[in-house]
Design a binder for this molecule. Structure first.
Ligand code: HEM
Length: 498
């Protein structure tokens, strides 16, 4: 028996040595770059590369916790190998700026392969050449005129939220609560349902619930790097994911049928006929002919991308406002000065400067998409080094935005950093919650307006408190959108209007 174990061990060591040797020979430039980046070498294993090091710590594995672990033990920047695919983890603003704006870094990192099962043909993942015209076209759904037309819906939904929050108990999962709200706002506006009364609410709610549960199932896939995605979706643990995916296809089909029945004629749009809500762009003849098969993935992507990111950011906003009453008071004073006892008007939005600064500061300290990656189609000179062709660069917005070289006292919650008079002090590339360059977040403007209206209306109506004492006590994890492992404590007490 002992001999057998010894033999197996020898074979294992031999195979690992051969695999590493093979990498050194066939991926010499990547290996050399990795070596120069942090100068240590842990044997790489087939399929999982060096990420097993994080598994050994016993923590639940995902990109952020793995990166935080690597930061602690090796320092940043560092190198991750997922099988033979090399990923450089960048925490430098200048390098991030170069990569995100480089025309040969428009494709997503190879690690995104794991999300292909859901979004292969969507804007998020498609190849740069195909992506360019599609992004230009879909951008029309997020132009300022369109965003302005969303205001009444956003405001109305924020008023419903004021009522709903009165029933929020201490056990409420704030992430799920605000995700639901964010989804509804996205759906009613981008799916062009403003002002319509006979909505297909059953299917809309089903769609929202499916987006939520499909993300939960996806987190399970991403948190298990030992089983590759293409195997996971074919074995029992992936059964729920498969079922949700099929179900979401059916629901979207019903919603599309319903929407097509009500589809507005192009002539009914004022101004530029190309500027229309997202759904009308997706259902236009031009789009449908070309990308018909890809419609479902696009719908799912947009709904998913709009929901958790905005929902989690709102949960963070209110918790931090509860933790920092002085800052909350300033938001309240601004809202009362700009809006007073009236309802919030569209024209008020641009004058809520401090409120906007609060949202920006929350996204600096707690960026809901803390890291994202690009693939280098050719050698990319990032200033002090050249990333070799075929390597991937992951930008850690999380680390850049907490780096004391760029932000004084980085863990201090200080919205004044984002007041107009201080904006020129922000170092380019040091603030990236929505990414940057041509492939940044298409929904940035929409999310910002919605969050401003929501924060203003909630602070106007409630005094917020939280038991959390410091940002350092948040244990963070991120498979898709970042959140805390611990429950967020946040209480909303109606303000005394007397
Ligand atoms: C607080 C809210 C949000 C944050 C922090 C956020 C952040 C981001 C980030 C960092 C990316 C780049 C990801 C990457 O490079 O892999 C991204 C891409 C994207 N976001 Fe957002 N997002 C938010 C809200 C939204 C909303 C409301 C929508 C839709 C209405 C949206 C739709 C998208 C889409 C479609 C992409 C892919 C864009 C492309 O590749 O061309 N996001 N978002």
């Amino acid at each position: 028996m002992l001999l057998f174990v010894f033999k197996v061990l020898c074979w294992f060591v031999f195979l690992v040595a051969a695999y590493n040797l093979g990498l050194i020979v066939f991926r010499y430039r990547h290996v050399k770059f990795a070596w120069n980046t942090n100068g240590y070498w842990a044997p790489l294993l087939p399929f999982i590369g060096n990420t097993y090091l994080a598994v050994l710590t016993g923590r639940r594995v995902n990109m952020l916790t793995t990166l935080l672990w690597a930061e602690r033990y090796f320092g940043l920047p560092c190198s991750f190998w997922f099988s033979y695919k090399y990923h450089y983890m960048c925490n430098n603003a200048e390098e991030a700026k170069i990569v995100l704006n480089h025309p040969k870094c428009l494709n997503k990192a190879q690690l995104y392969g794991d999300v292909q099962y859901l979004f292969r043909n969507s804007l998020l993942l498609i190849d740069a050449e195909k992506w360019k015209p599609r992004r230009r076209y879909l951008r029309n759904g997020f132009k300022s005129n369109i965003l302005k037309s969303f205001f009444p819906t956003f405001y109305q939904q924020s008023c419903y939220l004021v009522e709903e929050i009165k029933n929020v108990g201490p056990e409420q999962d704030l992430y799920k609560f605000f995700n639901k709200y964010a989804f509804m706002n996205f759906f009613l506006t981008s799916f062009g349902y403003q002002g319509e009364e006979d909505l297909d609410l059953v299917n809309i709610k089903k769609f929202g619930a499916l987006i939520d549960s499909i993300q939960d199932e996806f987190v399970k896939l991403l948190a298990n790097p030992l089983i590759p995605a293409f195997i996971w979706i074919r074995i029992p643990p992936g059964a729920q994911l498969r079922a949700h995916r099929a179900e979401i296809g059916k629901v979207i089909k019903l919603i599309i049928q319903d929407k097509k029945k009500r589809k507005l004629q192009v002539s009914e749009y004022v101004g530029n006929p190309n500027e229309r809500p997202l759904v009308d762009l997706l259902l236009s003849d031009a789009y449908e002919k070309e990308y018909e098969d890809e419609l479902y993935e696009e719908f799912t992507l947009f709904a998913g991308a709009a929901t958790d990111t905005t929902g989690h950011t709102l949960a963070f906003c209110f918790t931090l406002l509860g933790m920092f009453p002085d800052i909350q008071r300033k938001v309240y004073e601004e809202v009362m000065e700009v809006v007073g006892d009236h309802t919030i008007q569209e024209a008020n939005i641009q004058n809520l400067r401090y409120t906007e600064a609060v949202v920006s500061e929350v996204l600096r300290i707690l960026p809901t998409i803390p890291l994202y990656g690009r693939y280098c189609e050719e050698d990319i000179d990032i200033g002090t080094k050249v990333v070799p062709k075929g390597a991937n660069v992951f930008i850690s917005a999380f680390h850049i935005q907490r780096n004391p070289d760029y932000w004084e006292d980085p863990l201090k919650f200080d919205p004044t950093r984002f007041l107009p008079e201080n904006m020129s002090k922000i170092i380019p590339g040091s603030y990236l919650p929505f990414s940057a360059g041509p492939r940044n977040c298409i929904g940035q403007g929409m999310a910002t307006i919605l969050m401003k209206i929501t924060v203003a209306n909630i602070v106007k109506n409630f005094e917020i408190t939280s038991k959390h004492k410091s940002i350092k006590e948040f244990k963070l994890e991120s498979c898709i959108s970042m959140k805390t492992l611990n429950h967020l404590d946040c209480h909303f007490t109606p303000r005394d209007k007397a």
